[in-house]
Design a protein around this ligand. Structure first.
Ligand SMILES: *[C@@H]1O[C@H](CO)[C@@H](O)[C@H](O)[C@H]1NC(C)=O
Ligand SMILES: *[C@@H]1O[C@H](CO)[C@@H](O)[C@H](O)[C@H]1NC(C)=O
Length: 432
């Protein structure tokens, strides 16, 4: 009996142990299944991410090695320049008619042209930027610039020259109509070089952009020959570092004062009259700089509403090249948001502001011998370098957000390499 009882207890113990063991295996199995699910989920997600990244890349023509070109490898640069020389004869560009066809199916158009469909990070999503794009010709250049700066959280106002050909305007409208956050300015100016119209085009966009629901922080203006040298993320970070200040060229006018000493008359061109103008209606001095700016939303608001600024605007309408003194002067008036004092210590050259890198014919050469920048490997237009592939190495080391000028008819490889470089950086987050 005693033995029997003991045996029973023994079986009970074995039973209990097996139960615990089975339960443990079962629990363990459940746990590892869960882990397995996580693993599959992760892999699938990663696969989707890899698929997305691959579908968004902008590879350049495989005739040239862009990473070598950007590193400044002289053999690669010479090869790119040679290819460009031969390609120039063909002129196989995308026409207005092509864009009218492409954009009939917007989803297909945006996907096949690889416009970024979602914000690439929370940081960028939370920091929308506004753009004013003043353009008048070369539809392909406009589209490629738009694609380079396009992010769905940003907002883009496009000002098309009223006197551009109808077909061009139609094609711009067709492209713009594919995006909710890209629109044509509600008022269009007829642009006359060196006249007030250039400033008015930006002002028209400013007014429209303030009315949009997008809570943009900074406004950047561009023209049709600009191209970014920074990703959207890098632009966001550069703007945050400005801490509410604007960044644009503003220097002493020196010999340029004649531009507002006389009244200028605009017809199809701008002509000087013999009428001398009165002094500017402001208590701070005049400055000159560039047409390009990086300004805060508060700056834009103030410029459109403040009565002293309105007086300066009215007074400037018959001056010569007002785009080169209006923003520069406003940015040195103490009442203007984001401005800097007008003391000479705050003068800032185009190379030190972040808005735009432009390389003038008369400042180029050997930096070691006192030149401002190396020789242009493209060509000069209006004394400004249209960058060739050989310029990317220098250009990409600069702190500016944008470079003027690029032109696919002068060097498509330069633009292609820049597109590939920026897109890779945007997708992988690091230097490619
Ligand atoms: C381009 O050059 C880099 C070296 O700078 C090299 O690693 C890469 O494989 C080259 N790419 C092609 C497609 O030849
Ligand atoms: C301006 O004055 C000069 C000389 O005083 C004269 O020759 C010229 O025709 C005038 N121009 C205009 C547009 O009145």
């Amino acid at each position: 009996m005693r033995l029997c009882k003991r045996r029973n207890r023994y079986f009970l113990l074995i039973g209990l142990l097996s139960f615990v063991f089975i339960m443990r295996t079962y629990i363990f199995q459940l746990y590892s299944l869960d882990e397995l699910h996580q693993e599959v989920f992760y892999l699938r997600n990663n696969y989707r991410k890899t698929q997305f990244v691959t579908s968004m890349k902008l590879p350049s023509s495989n005739q040239i090695n862009c990473s070598k070109v950007i590193q400044g490898d002289q053999d690669a640069v010479q090869l790119a320049l040679l290819h460009q020389k031969n390609a120039r004869k063909k002129e196989l560009r995308i026409s207005e008619m092509d864009y009218l066809k492409f954009t009939k199916d917007c989803n297909h158009y945006k996907m096949s042209r690889r416009f970024i469909p979602i914000p690439l990070s929370k940081e960028e999503e939370n920091y929308p930027i506004a753009y004013s794009m003043v353009i008048h010709e070369q539809i392909e250049m406009f589209e490629r610039l738009l694609r380079a700066i396009y992010n769905p959280q940003n907002i883009y106002c496009v000002h098309v020259d009223k006197k551009s050909p109808d077909l061009y305007k139609q094609a711009v409208r067709a492209i713009v109509s594919c995006f909710e956050n890209v629109f044509i300015a509600s008022k269009l100016e007829k642009l006359v070089y060196t006249s007030w119209s250039r400033v008015q085009a930006d002002l028209n966009c400013m007014e429209d952009l303030l009315k949009s629901k997008v809570p943009w922080r900074y406004l950047i203006n561009t023209c049709g020959t600009d191209f970014p040298i920074k990703t959207n993320m890098e632009i966001v970070r550069a703007l945050k570092l400005l801490k509410g200040k604007n960044s644009l060229e503003s220097e002493k006018p020196q010999y340029k004062v004649f531009r507002w000493q006389f009244s200028y008359k605009t017809t199809t061109i701008v002509e000087r009259t013999n009428i001398t103008k009165g002094p500017p209606p402001i208590s701070s001095p005049m400055f000159v700089g560039s047409a390009y700016f990086v300004v805060t939303r508060e700056f834009v608001n103030y410029v459109l509403e403040n009565s002293e600024v309105q007086k300066l605007i009215e007074w400037s309408k018959d001056t010569l090249m007002p785009e080169e003194h209006i923003w520069a002067t406003l940015n040195r008036m103490s009442c203007v948001p984001g401005s800097t004092p007008y003391h000479k210590k705050y003068d800032i050259s185009d190379l030190n502001a972040i808005a735009r890198l432009q390389r003038w014919e008369w400042h180029e050469g050997d930096i070691g011998k006192g030149a401002a920048y190396p020789q242009c490997t493209g060509i000069f237009r209006r004394s400004i370098c249209i960058n060739g592939a050989g310029d990317l190495h220098f250009v990409l080391q600069q702190h500016h957000l944008f470079v003027n000028k690029f032109d696919v008819r002068v060097d498509d490889y330069a633009v292609q390499c820049l597109e590939e470089y920026l897109r890779d950086k945007a997708l992988y987050g690091e230097e490619p």
